[in-house]
Design a protein around this ligand. Structure first.
Ligand code: PMP
Length: 294
Protein backbone atom coordinates (compact mmCIF):
# COMPACT_ATOMS: atom_id res chain seq x y z
CA UNK A 1 0.00 0.00 0.00
CA UNK A 2 2.91 2.33 0.53
CA UNK A 3 6.65 2.62 0.33
CA UNK A 4 9.26 5.15 1.48
CA UNK A 5 8.08 7.71 -1.11
CA UNK A 6 4.34 7.48 -0.52
CA UNK A 7 2.46 10.50 0.79
CA UNK A 8 -0.74 10.47 2.75
CA UNK A 9 -2.97 13.38 3.66
CA UNK A 10 -3.18 13.80 7.43
CA UNK A 11 -5.20 16.57 9.09
CA UNK A 12 -4.47 19.15 6.40
CA UNK A 13 -0.86 18.21 5.60
CA UNK A 14 0.79 15.88 3.13
CA UNK A 15 3.19 13.66 5.04
CA UNK A 16 5.23 10.56 4.27
CA UNK A 17 3.17 7.46 5.10
CA UNK A 18 6.24 5.78 6.58
CA UNK A 19 6.73 8.66 9.01
CA UNK A 20 3.11 9.28 9.99
CA UNK A 21 1.74 7.87 13.21
CA UNK A 22 -1.49 7.62 15.14
CA UNK A 23 -2.21 7.70 18.85
CA UNK A 24 -2.18 4.24 20.43
CA UNK A 25 -4.73 5.36 23.02
CA UNK A 26 -7.57 6.18 20.66
CA UNK A 27 -11.03 4.62 20.52
CA UNK A 28 -10.65 3.78 16.84
CA UNK A 29 -7.82 1.34 17.46
CA UNK A 30 -9.34 -0.17 20.60
CA UNK A 31 -13.06 -0.14 19.85
CA UNK A 32 -13.35 0.21 16.06
CA UNK A 33 -14.85 3.67 16.60
CA UNK A 34 -13.93 5.27 13.30
CA UNK A 35 -15.48 5.75 9.88
CA UNK A 36 -14.00 5.36 6.45
CA UNK A 37 -14.68 5.45 2.72
CA UNK A 38 -13.50 3.71 -0.43
CA UNK A 39 -13.32 5.66 -3.68
CA UNK A 40 -11.73 5.06 -7.05
CA UNK A 41 -9.92 7.43 -9.38
CA UNK A 42 -9.88 6.57 -13.06
CA UNK A 43 -7.50 7.68 -15.77
CA UNK A 44 -10.03 9.03 -18.27
CA UNK A 45 -9.62 10.79 -21.62
CA UNK A 46 -10.45 14.02 -19.79
CA UNK A 47 -7.83 13.46 -17.09
CA UNK A 48 -7.94 11.89 -13.66
CA UNK A 49 -11.49 11.62 -12.37
CA UNK A 50 -12.60 10.38 -8.97
CA UNK A 51 -15.92 8.65 -9.55
CA UNK A 52 -18.78 10.16 -7.50
CA UNK A 53 -16.30 11.81 -5.12
CA UNK A 54 -18.92 14.12 -3.68
CA UNK A 55 -21.26 11.25 -2.83
CA UNK A 56 -18.45 9.37 -1.09
CA UNK A 57 -17.28 12.29 1.05
CA UNK A 58 -20.88 13.18 1.90
CA UNK A 59 -21.37 9.58 3.03
CA UNK A 60 -18.19 9.83 5.14
CA UNK A 61 -19.72 12.78 6.93
CA UNK A 62 -23.00 10.92 7.43
CA UNK A 63 -21.13 7.88 8.79
CA UNK A 64 -19.32 10.09 11.32
CA UNK A 65 -22.54 11.82 12.31
CA UNK A 66 -24.23 8.44 12.81
CA UNK A 67 -21.68 7.57 15.52
CA UNK A 68 -21.19 11.14 16.84
CA UNK A 69 -17.59 11.36 15.68
CA UNK A 70 -16.62 15.05 15.21
CA UNK A 71 -16.44 15.97 11.53
CA UNK A 72 -14.89 19.32 10.74
CA UNK A 73 -14.05 19.09 7.03
CA UNK A 74 -15.96 20.08 3.92
CA UNK A 75 -16.50 17.75 0.99
CA UNK A 76 -14.87 20.26 -1.35
CA UNK A 77 -11.76 20.57 0.86
CA UNK A 78 -11.35 16.77 0.97
CA UNK A 79 -11.98 16.37 -2.77
CA UNK A 80 -9.30 18.98 -3.52
CA UNK A 81 -6.90 17.32 -1.08
CA UNK A 82 -7.47 13.92 -2.69
CA UNK A 83 -6.70 15.18 -6.20
CA UNK A 84 -3.54 16.76 -4.84
CA UNK A 85 -2.63 13.53 -3.07
CA UNK A 86 -2.96 11.58 -6.33
CA UNK A 87 -0.70 14.09 -8.03
CA UNK A 88 1.90 13.90 -5.23
CA UNK A 89 1.97 10.11 -5.52
CA UNK A 90 1.97 10.11 -9.35
CA UNK A 91 -1.21 8.07 -9.38
CA UNK A 92 -3.60 8.30 -12.32
CA UNK A 93 -5.82 5.39 -11.36
CA UNK A 94 -6.14 4.43 -7.72
CA UNK A 95 -8.20 3.18 -4.85
CA UNK A 96 -8.63 5.94 -2.27
CA UNK A 97 -9.13 5.36 1.44
CA UNK A 98 -10.16 8.22 3.74
CA UNK A 99 -10.37 7.29 7.42
CA UNK A 100 -11.67 9.42 10.29
CA UNK A 101 -10.30 8.23 13.61
CA UNK A 102 -10.68 9.45 17.17
CA UNK A 103 -8.16 11.36 19.22
CA UNK A 104 -6.91 9.91 22.53
CA UNK A 105 -9.77 8.70 24.71
CA UNK A 106 -10.22 5.36 26.42
CA UNK A 107 -13.75 6.05 27.62
CA UNK A 108 -16.87 4.69 26.00
CA UNK A 109 -18.16 8.17 25.34
CA UNK A 110 -18.28 9.97 22.01
CA UNK A 111 -14.90 11.36 20.97
CA UNK A 112 -14.40 15.12 21.21
CA UNK A 113 -11.56 15.22 18.68
CA UNK A 114 -11.02 13.36 15.43
CA UNK A 115 -8.35 13.06 12.75
CA UNK A 116 -8.60 12.41 9.07
CA UNK A 117 -6.16 10.59 6.89
CA UNK A 118 -6.44 9.86 3.19
CA UNK A 119 -4.33 7.24 1.47
CA UNK A 120 -4.31 6.09 -2.17
CA UNK A 121 -2.72 3.19 -3.95
CA UNK A 122 -3.00 1.22 -7.17
CA UNK A 123 -5.47 -1.60 -6.73
CA UNK A 124 -7.03 -3.82 -9.35
CA UNK A 125 -10.65 -4.99 -9.00
CA UNK A 126 -10.88 -6.24 -5.41
CA UNK A 127 -12.38 -9.65 -6.24
CA UNK A 128 -10.48 -10.06 -9.52
CA UNK A 129 -12.05 -10.30 -12.95
CA UNK A 130 -13.21 -13.91 -13.03
CA UNK A 131 -16.77 -14.93 -12.29
CA UNK A 132 -17.19 -15.65 -8.60
CA UNK A 133 -18.01 -18.75 -6.61
CA UNK A 134 -19.87 -17.55 -3.53
CA UNK A 135 -21.52 -19.20 -0.53
CA UNK A 136 -24.09 -18.14 2.01
CA UNK A 137 -22.34 -17.38 5.28
CA UNK A 138 -22.96 -18.60 8.82
CA UNK A 139 -22.11 -15.00 9.81
CA UNK A 140 -25.17 -12.72 9.79
CA UNK A 141 -25.28 -9.03 8.96
CA UNK A 142 -25.33 -6.82 12.06
CA UNK A 143 -28.78 -6.09 13.41
CA UNK A 144 -29.82 -2.55 12.35
CA UNK A 145 -31.30 -2.05 15.83
CA UNK A 146 -27.89 -2.56 17.43
CA UNK A 147 -25.75 -0.80 14.85
CA UNK A 148 -26.21 1.89 12.16
CA UNK A 149 -25.69 -0.54 9.27
CA UNK A 150 -25.95 2.31 6.74
CA UNK A 151 -22.75 3.87 8.12
CA UNK A 152 -19.28 2.79 7.03
CA UNK A 153 -17.97 2.30 10.54
CA UNK A 154 -14.63 0.57 11.13
CA UNK A 155 -15.82 -1.86 13.83
CA UNK A 156 -18.53 -3.23 11.57
CA UNK A 157 -15.84 -4.68 9.32
CA UNK A 158 -14.95 -7.36 11.85
CA UNK A 159 -18.26 -8.86 10.72
CA UNK A 160 -17.16 -8.57 7.06
CA UNK A 161 -13.75 -10.11 7.81
CA UNK A 162 -15.36 -13.07 9.63
CA UNK A 163 -17.73 -13.71 6.73
CA UNK A 164 -15.22 -13.41 3.90
CA UNK A 165 -12.59 -15.35 5.85
CA UNK A 166 -15.03 -18.20 6.37
CA UNK A 167 -15.93 -18.22 2.66
CA UNK A 168 -12.29 -18.30 1.57
CA UNK A 169 -11.47 -21.08 4.06
CA UNK A 170 -14.32 -23.09 2.56
CA UNK A 171 -12.85 -22.59 -0.92
CA UNK A 172 -15.17 -19.83 -2.16
CA UNK A 173 -14.33 -16.33 -3.37
CA UNK A 174 -16.83 -14.35 -1.32
CA UNK A 175 -19.62 -14.68 1.23
CA UNK A 176 -23.29 -13.76 1.02
CA UNK A 177 -24.56 -12.66 4.42
CA UNK A 178 -28.12 -13.24 5.57
CA UNK A 179 -30.11 -10.74 7.61
CA UNK A 180 -31.77 -11.65 10.93
CA UNK A 181 -34.84 -12.94 9.11
CA UNK A 182 -32.83 -15.31 6.92
CA UNK A 183 -33.02 -13.25 3.73
CA UNK A 184 -29.88 -12.78 1.64
CA UNK A 185 -28.72 -9.23 2.35
CA UNK A 186 -25.42 -8.66 0.54
CA UNK A 187 -21.80 -9.78 0.27
CA UNK A 188 -19.15 -8.86 2.84
CA UNK A 189 -18.42 -5.53 1.14
CA UNK A 190 -20.54 -5.53 -2.01
CA UNK A 191 -24.24 -5.27 -2.78
CA UNK A 192 -26.11 -8.07 -4.51
CA UNK A 193 -28.28 -8.08 -7.62
CA UNK A 194 -30.01 -11.07 -9.15
CA UNK A 195 -31.62 -11.31 -12.57
CA UNK A 196 -34.88 -13.21 -13.09
CA UNK A 197 -37.03 -13.09 -16.24
CA UNK A 198 -35.30 -9.95 -17.60
CA UNK A 199 -35.68 -7.96 -14.38
CA UNK A 200 -33.14 -7.19 -11.67
CA UNK A 201 -33.85 -7.64 -7.98
CA UNK A 202 -31.83 -6.28 -5.08
CA UNK A 203 -32.54 -6.24 -1.32
CA UNK A 204 -34.06 -3.01 0.05
CA UNK A 205 -31.90 -0.62 2.07
CA UNK A 206 -33.24 -1.36 5.54
CA UNK A 207 -30.61 -4.01 6.32
CA UNK A 208 -28.01 -3.46 3.60
CA UNK A 209 -25.28 -0.92 3.09
CA UNK A 210 -26.36 1.94 0.76
CA UNK A 211 -23.74 1.28 -1.89
CA UNK A 212 -22.97 4.12 -4.28
CA UNK A 213 -22.33 1.50 -6.97
CA UNK A 214 -25.71 -0.09 -6.13
CA UNK A 215 -27.31 3.32 -6.76
CA UNK A 216 -25.30 3.68 -9.99
CA UNK A 217 -26.59 0.28 -11.19
CA UNK A 218 -30.15 1.43 -10.49
CA UNK A 219 -29.52 4.65 -12.48
CA UNK A 220 -27.98 2.72 -15.38
CA UNK A 221 -30.98 0.40 -15.42
CA UNK A 222 -33.34 3.39 -15.66
CA UNK A 223 -31.37 4.57 -18.65
CA UNK A 224 -31.50 1.11 -20.23
CA UNK A 225 -35.23 0.68 -19.40
CA UNK A 226 -34.51 -2.35 -17.24
CA UNK A 227 -36.77 -2.84 -14.22
CA UNK A 228 -35.04 -3.03 -10.84
CA UNK A 229 -37.19 -4.30 -7.99
CA UNK A 230 -36.06 -3.71 -4.38
CA UNK A 231 -37.29 -6.79 -2.55
CA UNK A 232 -36.22 -9.20 0.17
CA UNK A 233 -34.50 -12.18 -1.44
CA UNK A 234 -34.63 -15.71 -0.01
CA UNK A 235 -31.75 -18.13 -0.55
CA UNK A 236 -34.10 -19.93 -2.96
CA UNK A 237 -34.67 -16.71 -4.96
CA UNK A 238 -30.89 -16.37 -5.31
CA UNK A 239 -30.36 -20.02 -6.28
CA UNK A 240 -33.22 -19.99 -8.81
CA UNK A 241 -32.22 -16.72 -10.46
CA UNK A 242 -31.04 -16.59 -14.08
CA UNK A 243 -27.85 -14.80 -13.08
CA UNK A 244 -26.40 -12.62 -10.33
CA UNK A 245 -23.69 -10.08 -9.70
CA UNK A 246 -22.08 -7.96 -7.00
CA UNK A 247 -21.50 -4.20 -7.02
CA UNK A 248 -19.00 -2.10 -5.09
CA UNK A 249 -16.43 0.61 -5.63
CA UNK A 250 -13.48 -1.71 -5.00
CA UNK A 251 -14.91 -4.70 -6.89
CA UNK A 252 -16.85 -2.67 -9.48
CA UNK A 253 -19.40 -4.97 -11.20
CA UNK A 254 -18.51 -8.63 -11.01
CA UNK A 255 -20.59 -11.62 -12.06
CA UNK A 256 -21.35 -14.66 -9.93
CA UNK A 257 -20.82 -18.10 -11.44
CA UNK A 258 -22.24 -20.22 -8.64
CA UNK A 259 -23.86 -19.99 -5.21
CA UNK A 260 -23.39 -22.84 -2.72
CA UNK A 261 -22.19 -25.05 -5.57
CA UNK A 262 -25.24 -24.35 -7.79
CA UNK A 263 -24.11 -22.91 -11.13
CA UNK A 264 -26.12 -20.33 -13.07
CA UNK A 265 -27.06 -21.69 -16.50
CA UNK A 266 -27.16 -18.37 -18.30
CA UNK A 267 -23.96 -17.45 -20.16
CA UNK A 268 -22.67 -14.38 -18.23
CA UNK A 269 -21.93 -12.43 -21.41
CA UNK A 270 -25.65 -12.50 -22.27
CA UNK A 271 -26.92 -11.35 -18.89
CA UNK A 272 -28.17 -7.93 -17.82
CA UNK A 273 -25.26 -7.93 -15.36
CA UNK A 274 -22.75 -8.13 -18.19
CA UNK A 275 -24.42 -5.17 -19.96
CA UNK A 276 -24.32 -3.20 -16.72
CA UNK A 277 -20.67 -4.16 -16.24
CA UNK A 278 -19.79 -2.79 -19.72
CA UNK A 279 -21.85 0.35 -19.16
CA UNK A 280 -20.28 0.93 -15.73
CA UNK A 281 -16.76 0.72 -17.18
CA UNK A 282 -17.66 3.31 -19.80
CA UNK A 283 -19.27 5.53 -17.21
CA UNK A 284 -16.31 5.61 -14.82
CA UNK A 285 -13.88 6.09 -17.69
CA UNK A 286 -16.14 8.81 -19.17
CA UNK A 287 -16.01 6.98 -22.50
CA UNK A 288 -19.39 8.09 -23.67
CA UNK A 289 -21.53 11.13 -23.33
CA UNK A 290 -23.39 9.97 -20.31
CA UNK A 291 -26.38 11.62 -18.76
CA UNK A 292 -28.15 9.99 -15.89
CA UNK A 293 -31.87 9.98 -16.51
CA UNK A 294 -33.61 10.02 -13.16
N1 PMP B 1 -21.45 -3.12 1.42
C1 PMP B 1 -20.46 -2.86 2.28
C2 PMP B 1 -20.55 -3.44 3.66
C3 PMP B 1 -19.38 -2.08 1.88
O1 PMP B 1 -18.40 -1.84 2.75
C4 PMP B 1 -19.32 -1.56 0.58
C5 PMP B 1 -18.14 -0.79 0.11
N2 PMP B 1 -18.04 0.45 0.71
C6 PMP B 1 -20.38 -1.82 -0.28
C7 PMP B 1 -21.42 -2.61 0.17
C8 PMP B 1 -20.42 -1.21 -1.65
O2 PMP B 1 -20.55 0.17 -1.53
P1 PMP B 1 -20.05 1.18 -2.66
O3 PMP B 1 -20.74 0.76 -3.90
O4 PMP B 1 -20.48 2.51 -2.17
O5 PMP B 1 -18.59 1.02 -2.75
Amino acid sequence: YYNQDTYIYLNGDFVKASEAGADLFGQSLHYGYGAFEGLRAYNTHHGIRIFKAEEHFDRLQQSCEAIHLPYTWSTQQLMDATYELLEKNNLRAAYIRPLVFSGPNMHLTAATTANIMIAAWEWGPYLGQNLLRVCTSTVERPNPKSFPVEAKVSGQYVNAILASNEAIKRGFDEALLLDQDGFVAQASSENLFIEKDFKLYTPPLDQVFPGITRQTVIELCKELHIDVVEKKLSIQDVLEADSAFLSGTASEIIGIKEVNGVTYKEDWEHTIGASIQRKYKKLVLEEENYEVII
